[in-house]
Design a protein around this ligand. Structure first.
Ligand SMILES: Nc1nc2c(ncn2[C@@H]2O[C@H](COP(=O)(O)OP(=O)(O)O)[C@@H](O)[C@H]2O)c(=O)[nH]1
Ligand SMILES: [Mg+2]
Length: 658
């Protein structure tokens, strides 16, 4: 490996990704402007395009560092991302330092700060996501990024603890009197040491964070197990999780527990899940040859791989500490020896192509859907013009009676279409009935009722069977709602498809196949939550009874909040979907009606004065050209976006293969 100081491969690739995303936004913006310029826009299209842009702006890459305490998580974060500060940014020392889960991110527009949520908030039932909405519940310390001491000072709050009575610690769900060995802390004089803060958010104006990287530093097993938000949401939903072992401790019982319960909760290791074997510098030995040392490290890797059930190549031996020193001092040889770049590279390789694919494909799918409606309008318009031109050219040199017949024909066509409109209006009212039903199935009110009922059932149950039944009932209800929504949307889809076909056949409107609404991704998220809940249910059930009910309640609340979020997203998506399904039909009907009126008018005018004919034909020729140009421009704008997405995906894939 080349001995280059600060190569920051991960940073470079992230920068590339972020540039790609800006490009994508620029392409969509150009399309947006063009649509407005051409007066093709309607409120629905505008809203959807704006949402697409907003979503790209908010796109983040979440990387979680998960391990038992003292494995070197904080040091690894320092070495990977913050070496240019020339010192440790996150506190890292022997013993427990990071006491609370810490998100490090960049919030544009807000001053750099450390925000801390007091641990006492655990006494209330609200899950962490709810607390995040209330700024004034957090204690905020400003961050002076320019000064190393001030930075270290503000971040040292992350390590704060306090002593409370054992009873209070139990109430907070942090101490299990019947099982002192399992607790984070051992009581001395009846008091227990607990973390002062429940969660921290560090807003830090750092280049990689500005590009959308969010780093999650976690404390050890105890804190992970007692904060449901970590277990059920932050860790499983992170785009990458780095699990850290230390060479001096090997795979301990608690390491294995974290691995099993928090990293590989379902099936084999997913993409974006990496294992680092840290502190290999402890095995460096000047008295032995480098080859002998390497063999020793490889042996250790082999043991870990075996215990975790992984291929050896998925474990990255590193020395976070030496890597940090090497980057700070610009020591290329030491950096190579620390092997950090291999981990950084693997992270980029795992994370970035997947992100490209996910974001790019989702974006293209949405865009296609929005522009298909526009295309249909332009097509209808173009065809109407061509028809009119054809009609008018047959009138050339014809006498008045031919023109009169033509007028009758167009008049009859308009009348027939207006009858069709009655049907359309009737359809609209059935449609809105179905739509209401659909949105009710996915309504948060429905869910709240279910959650209350299940909560009550859980409180009344004192045996595993009862608790399990209450929980299973809750998930079954949620699933039933989702499947009712799926059926309802299938009905709407069928109805609209039939209507589009009918209008196509009877009035020559452009045929348009609405995309179906799928509840699959919500079903999957609900399944995932149920699986996660079941895994933790067993762990919690084995705890002593005075703490387990409190923790189970917390877990349930977090599950219910997550599912509420799923409902909210599903509801919003459904709402967008019904609008998107109806909008092209409405626009086409309006457009077609307008064209029929115009046709009738122009034939009338020609009937009154034959010299109108050439002028009208000329006008139509111009319109025809304009519409053709619009189709061409729209295709070019979409093409540009598409090429941008695909090129980068190919690049990412080739890099992946290399
Ligand atoms: N020898 C050695 N010690 C390390 C390395 N990384 C971290 N440490 C030490 O391990 C201790 C715990 O590190 P820290 O980053 O606080 O661990 P965390 O609790 O997992 O965040 C500290 O004393 C670090 O200096 C390493 O690569 N080599
Ligand atoms: Mg730490």
């Amino acid at each position: 490996m080349a001995a280059v100081p600060h190569p920051e491969r991960f940073g470079n690739q992230l920068e590339e990704y972020s540039a790609w995303r800006s490009d994508l936004v620029a392409g969509i913006r150009a399309l947006q402007e063009w649509i407005t310029d051409q007066e093709l826009s309607d409120a629905q299209t505008e809203l959807r395009i704006q949402r697409l842009i907003d979503r790209l702006h908010d796109d983040t890459l979440q990387v979680a560092f998960v391990a038992e305490f003292s494995r070197g998580k904080s040091e690894l974060i320092n070495a990977m991302f913050f070496a240019e500060f020339g010192q440790r940014v996150l506190p890292s020392s022997a013993g427990r330092t990071t006491m609370c889960p810490t998100e490090i991110l960049y919030e544009a527009g807000a001053a750099p700060s450390v925000r801390l949520l007091p641990i006492e908030t655990r006494k209330q039932s609200h899950p962490l996501t709810e607390w995040k909405k209330f700024n004034d519940e957090w204690v905020t310390f400003p961050l002076d990024v320019g000064s190393a001491e001030s930075l270290a000072g503000a971040l040292s709050h992350l390590s704060e603890t306090m002593r409370v009575s054992a009873a209070e610690a139990t109430e907070l769900g942090l101490h299990d009197a019947d099982d002192p060995s399992g607790g984070t802390v051992v009581p001395i004089d009846g008091t227990v040491e607990i973390p002062r803060w429940r969660h921290a958010i560090v807003n830090f104006p750092h280049p990689v964070l500005k590009q959308g990287l969010v780093i999650l530093d976690t404390p050890g097993l105890n804190a992970i197990g007692t904060e449901p938000e970590l277990t059920l949401n932050l860790i499983p939903n992170a785009h990458a999780v780095i699990f850290i072992l230390a060479a001096d401790t090997g795979v301990t019982k608690t390491d294995a527990e974290i691995w099993r319960n928090h990293i590989v909760t379902s099936g084999p290791l997913q993409r974006g899940r990496l294992v680092a074997l840290n502190k290999i510098d402890g095995m460096w030995d000047e008295l032995r040859s480098p080859a002998a040392v390497d063999a020793e490290i490889q042996k250790q890797v082999g043991t870990c791989a075996n215990l975790l059930g992984l291929p050896e190549k998925q474990i990255f031996p590193v020395s976070a500490q030496k890597a940090l020193v090497a980057k700070v001092n610009g020591d290329g040889a030491l950096l190579a020896r620390s092997r950090l770049l291999m981990l950084e590279h693997a992270l980029a390789r795992d994370l970035i192509p997947t992100k490209h694919e996910l974001v790019g494909n989702a974006c293209l799918a949405d865009l296609k859907d929005v522009t298909a409606g526009l295309m249909a309008i332009l097509d209808t318009r173009g065809r109407n013009i061509r028809e009119q031109l054809g009609e008018l050219s047959t009138l050339r040199g014809k006498n008045e009676s031919v023109v009169a017949t033509m007028m009758d024909k167009v008049g009859a066509e308009k009348e027939q279409f207006e009858k069709g409109l009655q049907r359309f209006i009737a359809l609209r009212s059935v449609f809105s009935q179905h739509t209401n039903d659909l949105l009710t199935h996915l309504g948060v009110e429905t869910l709240k009722r279910e959650a209350k009922r299940s909560q009550k059932a859980m409180e009344d149950a004192h045996f595993t069977v009862g608790l399990r039944a209450a929980m299973a009932g809750f998930f079954a209800n949620v699933r039933a709602n989702l499947s009712a929504a799926a059926n309802q949307s299938a009905e709407i889809h069928g109805m609209m498809t039939a209507m589009y076909e009918k209008f196509n056949k009877e009035h020559g409107l452009e045929s348009y196949k609405p995309v179906p609404y799928s509840t699959l991704k919500y079903q999957k998220e609900v399944d995932r939550l149920e699986r996660a809940y079941n895994v933790h249910f067993n762990t919690l059930w084995n705890m002593a009874s005075n703490i387990k009910f409190a923790l189970m309640r917390k877990f349930f609340e977090t599950v219910a909040t997550r599912i509420k979020h799923v409902y909210e997203v599903a509801n919003r998506d459904a709402d967008n979907w019904v609008r998107a399904v109806m909008a092209p039909m409405e626009t086409q009907v309006r457009e077609h009606h307008l064209q029929l009126r115009r046709r009738l008018e122009s034939v009338k005018r020609i009937h009154n004065a034959t010299e109108e004919l050439e002028g009208r034909m000329h006008e139509l020729e111009e319109k025809k050209k304009a519409t053709e140009t619009q189709v061409e421009q729209l295709n070019r704008l979409i093409g540009r976006i598409e090429v941008g997405v695909r090129t980068q995906q190919t690049l990412a894939l080739t890099r992946d293969a290399a």
